[in-house]
Write a protein that binds this ligand. Structure first.
Ligand code: UGA
Length: 466
């Protein structure tokens, strides 16, 4: 099989498929990336992936190329895992990379082939890709497009790929046993690819049509984003009322109908998936005339973006209303721990906003410093958490890396100027820091001993004692 695209998704899929015993050719247009992969190097941080990649490159089961003709000749099953970023100046997803793969590969195919889309795409893309393939393919060659959305999380990519919680696959019209000749073949090839997973650790397999398969993915991400924004909206009310959103989340999360996962209040979601997927979902619904159905996702997006501003407000508050000339240690740059991905990272956004407000933001992240420097070259960066805290008036935790959670408050106090800890992820042991003499503040948690805001105490006039 081949895997087109060698980013977080494609490189992981290629390496894991080889790990399962398949012969895999990874394909990308980026020569530098392919060179590194050939040497067995993963061009990004993903725990566990370097070992799997190297093992399979060394065994010869996994190879990489930029040559589409070689890819066309090599396999009958072609996975597509290229990016579908947000279009510039628009909410919709840019599907040109997926279209390019199909348009370039199809005319080179000399025998029947199955193209398996894994990228997150707007519903209707697979049918369009089938049209592109049919248009470009040689006479007598049959290409079938199927859709197999990917649910892996960065940081757990290898585990999620080798032991998925579900496999969803959408087939085109007439792909049943009586369908066109490609149909039964595509099922056979697809089943063969996933057989080692299903034999060792079975999971539900959902076979459906193309549109449903495409929509399962965006709906899953939209639901996760909604869940995070729900708790962050409640968090805003907690702030006004002097309540504690973490205790509240624990309490509602016990109900299995709700569940505690993805009720982590704080700086909100970022990354290359959730933010752009909810926007692309809204845009596609609009194109389909169903825009009203998803208008609530605008609110999900706004609540999420507001978290970053609330964090700045809190920083301003603890600095006496003015950030000019203050030094803030920003611990974290990646959009989440165990990743070096800084795409739409709340942490880096906050650092950037602090700097715009006149503060000196000194950023540290265990893995994402290089990517952060490329994106925000004018921010100050440090090589360790303690170095970032040197001379800081405020220490702000923006990504919940384990090493930040374990920081010794006394060691930080020995280098920092101020004693204020802002917990943007509700991950720090508040009691420990308070006991060490720190002022601990977090999004969505009232200040002990401080009454709710004046506004929240105001009762309607008719209820006030005369
Ligand atoms: C997400 C989905 O979880 C995957 O299932 C999906 O395959 C992937 O997108 C994708 O479309 O490729 P990922 O972007 O790796 O995965 O990250 P998540 O673990 O979902 O976290 C997303 C963001 O939400 C992070 O910024 C994280 O800090 C934030 N988050 C998560 C919260 O703010 N609170 C929570 O309780 C959980």
């Amino acid at each position: 099989m081949t895997v087109f695209g060698t980013g977080y998704l494609g490189a992981t899929h290629a390496a894991c498929m080889a790990e399962l015993g398949h012969d895999v050719l990874g394909v990308d247009v980026d020569e530098t990336k392919i060179e590194r992969l050939r040497r067995g190097e993963v061009p990004f941080y993903e725990p566990g992936l370097p070992e799997v990649l190297l093992r399979n490159v060394e065994s010869g089961r996994l190879r990489f190329t930029t040559d589409y003709a070689e890819a066309a000749e090599f396999a009958d099953l072609h996975f597509i895992g290229v990016g579908t970023p947000q279009r510039t100046g628009d909410f919709a997803a840019d599907t040109t990379y997926v279209e390019d793969v199909v348009a370039r590969l199809s005319p080179l195919l000399e025998r029947d082939a199955v193209l398996v889309g894994k990228s997150t795409v707007p519903v209707g893309t697979a049918v369009r890709l089938q049209g592109i393939a049919d248009w470009h393919v040689r006479d007598g060659v049959h290409v079938e497009v199927v859709w197999n959305p990917e649910f892996l999380r960065e940081g757990f990519a290898v585990r999620d790929t080798l032991t998925p919680d579900r496999i969803v696959v959408g087939y085109g019209e007439g792909a049943g046993p009586d369908g066109p000749r490609g149909a039964s073949r595509s099922r056979a090839l697809f089943d063969e690819a996933y057989a080692p997973i299903l034999e060792s650790d079975p999971c539900p397999v959902i076979e459906t049509d193309l549109a449903t398969a495409e929509m399962v993915k965006v709906s899953a991400n939209a639901f996760l984003a909604t869940k995070i924004s729900f708790i962050n909206a409640v968090s805003e009310v907690c702030e006004a009322a002097g309540a504690d959103v973490t205790v509240l989340a624990d309490a509602i999360g016990i109900d299995p109908r709700i569940g505690r996962k993805f009720l982590g209040a704080g700086l909100g979601f970022g990354g290359g998936c959730l933010p752009k997927d909810i926007r692309a979902f809204m845009a596609r619904a609009g194109e389909l005339g169903a825009d009203q159905a998803l208008t609530f996702l605008r609110e999900v997006d706004s609540i999420n973006m507001r978290r970053r501003e609330k964090m700045i407000d809190l920083a301003e508050e603890v600095c006496g209303g003015n950030l000019i000339g203050r030094t803030v240690a920003v611990l974290g740059a990646a959009f989440k721990p165990n990743s070096d991905d800084v795409r739409d990272s709340p942490a880096l956004n906050v650092a950037g906003m602090l700097s715009l407000k006149g503060a000196c933001a000194v950023v540290y992240d265990p893995q994402a410093l290089d990517n952060a420097r490329r994106l925000f070259p004018t921010l100050a960066y440090a090589d360790s958490a303690l170095a970032a805290c040197e001379g800081a008036d405020v220490v702000l935790v923006a990504t919940e890396w384990g090493e930040f959670v374990e920081l010794d408050p006394d060691a930080v106090a020995a280098v920092a100027r101020g004693r204020v800890l802002l917990d943007g992820r509700n991950c720090m042991p508040a009691d420990r820091w308070r006991a060490a003499g720190w002022t601990y503040r977090a999004l969505g948690r009232g200040v002990p001993g401080r009454a709710p805001t004046a506004a929240s105490r105001t009762a309607p006039a008719e209820l006030l004692p005369v």
